[in-house]
Design a protein around this ligand. Sequence first.
Ligand code: 13P
Length: 262
Amino acid sequence: MKKVWLGSSWKMNKTNEEVGRYCQLIKPHLSNLSADLQTFLIPPFPYVKQVETALSETRCLAGVQNVGWASSGPYTGEVSVDMAKDIGASLVEIGHSERREWFGETDATVNKKVILSLNTGLRPLICVGDTADEKCWGVSAESIVRQVKIALHGVSAEQVTKVLIAYEPVWAIGEHGIPASTEEAEMGLAAIRSGLTTLYDSEIAQSVPLLYGGSVNIHNAKMLLRQPNIDGLFVGRTAWQPEGFARLIQLVTEVIEEQAYA
Ligand code: 13P
């Protein structure tokens, strides 16, 4: 069975004390995970080491929410891939729509960051998504496949097996987001899978974990995961409290068990 991925980015939330409490409360839920489940948490930079250390005995990876597009140099305020590795990250989230919208992230910078991450031994979690306008114009699939193709420009067939891709419709993310239906989520990820097949081949395309993100909650998590092209869930708000993440772990585990006996 393919591994199922479940993780959360905390975005720009939490204090030192809240991080300590979160790790303490979530740890027991991470201790007896199904071998088919891989979890991850992506805290703000200052807490990555703390999370990685606190959860080191569990199957929960730590990641960073961004990384610089250069490996070092006069780039005030940036954090390099080597620095991300030094603080215990094994995943690098790249190209989230909030970074594209507010911090000048482009497809070209996403590509640079993907290459640097892979060369440093970090797994990029590339985020792509269509806007509400693109959805309305009927060009969602073109838009997200275009983003994927540019993000993977120059990435070899061997390297791409280390990449994860999250489809996060811009219209589905956050407080004002409208959750994608299971059909919409599956359609987006099927388009990405087919784009990967064109770029590489179908075996490689199948080996790249494809995640859905955008208003995932305890009511839609199971239905989403049952879709053929959804290999995992990338969650914001619902997993910001340990109780929410624990509940999602339970729901995802139920789907894994269901599929194992199917
Ligand atoms: P929400 O689950 O809060 O909509 O956020 C999703 C997201 O942006 C994950 O990266």
